[in-house]
Design a binder for this molecule. Structure first.
Ligand code: 13P
Ligand code: SF4
Length: 319
């Protein structure tokens, strides 16, 4: 414990001496989230992370999350140094949507407006007309649908399917998924709800339709945390990465939070929903990244220019 406090103190000092700010996602370790909060950084969903990084005056952004989050920060503020504890922290949605194959798919459907989820590489964003995060996907697609546009959507088929049902838009879906959220199970969730009849069900839209269907609230990580504080209920069943419980407990200390069941559950753990790439962010690797000023996130300037255009559309739309 003493050693960890020494490590935290070193990180606080390094953040000051390197003119750096820590931007962390809700799925990272609680220790990192606490450090981000107490040092004037932020803990946020992916849209808010992008906005915070773009607006903060620090010359270095230390991004605790997965690579697309670091890339988004670099694309929006190319003059800043963007460092991450581990550049190998990827995302199954990003991995499942290689830029070449995606470009070929787009070329086959030139009549469609290309909307991609933020969980993609810079090259995929550069090929898109729009980038969206889970918090505004429905709003953006509803707007495009209203203008009569047909959509090509990538990469998350579950989020795409949810957005299609919400908006009625004509959407062609890429076949990608999040390995964490696709493990949530509808039948087991129905059983759990019978055990807790008063509980409200909160679901991230990367989950399968059988789970989303049972939700009282479907939303981004920030939206789900807000729901816990704002809804009258005492008990919530939560279908998203377990990292979110740190903030949920902090935001609503008296409430009972239950993990939604997954296919991989065991005797000791009902859900075990935790992103292996988010888990690559630790105090030690953060300290050494701050110390060395690397690994740095780099994005080819031409690719970044294309990606910035579609990212800025989202930011302008959200503003
Ligand atoms: P949010 O935008 O809701 O934070 O989601 C990002 C993500 O990777 C979810 O798995
Ligand atoms: Fe990607 Fe899923 Fe991990 Fe989020 S939780 S970063 S969508 S693999």
């Amino acid at each position: 414990a003493e050693e960890r406090e020494a490590l935290r103190e070193r990180i606080r000092e390094l953040l000051r001496s390197r003119d750096a700010v820590l931007v962390a996602h809700y799925y990272t370790d609680a220790e990192l989230q606490r450090l981000a909060d107490e040092t004037g950084g932020c803990v946020a969903d992916s849209l808010e992370m992008a906005r915070f990084g773009a607006e903060h005056p620090a010359s270095t952004l230390a991004v605790a999350g997965v690579r697309f989050m670091g890339e988004t920060a670099k694309i929006l503020t190319p003059d800043k140094r963007v460092i991450m504890p581990d550049l190998e922290a990827t995302c199954s949605l990003d991995v499942g949507c290689p830029a070449d194959a995606f470009a070929a798919f787009c070329d086959q459907h030139p009549d469609r407006t290309v909307v991609v989820y933020a969980n993609t590489s810079a090259a995929v964003k550069a090929r898109a007309d729009w980038v969206v995060t889970s918090s505004i996907a429905v709003d953006v697609v509803a707007y495009l649908h209203q203008r009569g546009e047909k959509i090509l959507w990538a990469p998350d088929k579950y989020l795409g399917d949810y957005v299609r049902r919400q908006t009625g838009a004509d959407m062609l879906l890429w076949d990608g998924s999040c390995i964490v959220h696709e493990e949530f199970r509808g039948l087991e969730l129905a059983d759990l709800r019978r055990e807790h009849p008063g509980a409200k069900v909160l679901v991230h839209p990367e989950s399968p339709a059988a789970v989303v269907e049972q939700a009282d609230v479907v939303g981004s990580t920030s939206q789900l945390i807000r729901a816990v504080t704002e809804m009258e209920a005492e008990t919530f069943i939560v279908a998203t990465d377990a990292g979110i419980f740190h903030k949920m407990h902090e935001a609503a200390p008296g409430k009972t939070l239950i993990e939604a069941p997954t296919a991989g559950r065991s005797a000791t753990c009902r859900s075990c929903a935790h992103c292996p790439w988010m888990a690559m962010n630790g105090l030690r690797s953060l300290a050494s990244a701050l110390e060395a000023g690397e690994p740095q996130v780099t994005v080819d300037p031409d690719v970044a220019a294309g990606a910035r255009r579609s990212l800025n559309r989202m930011l302008d739309f959200a503003a």
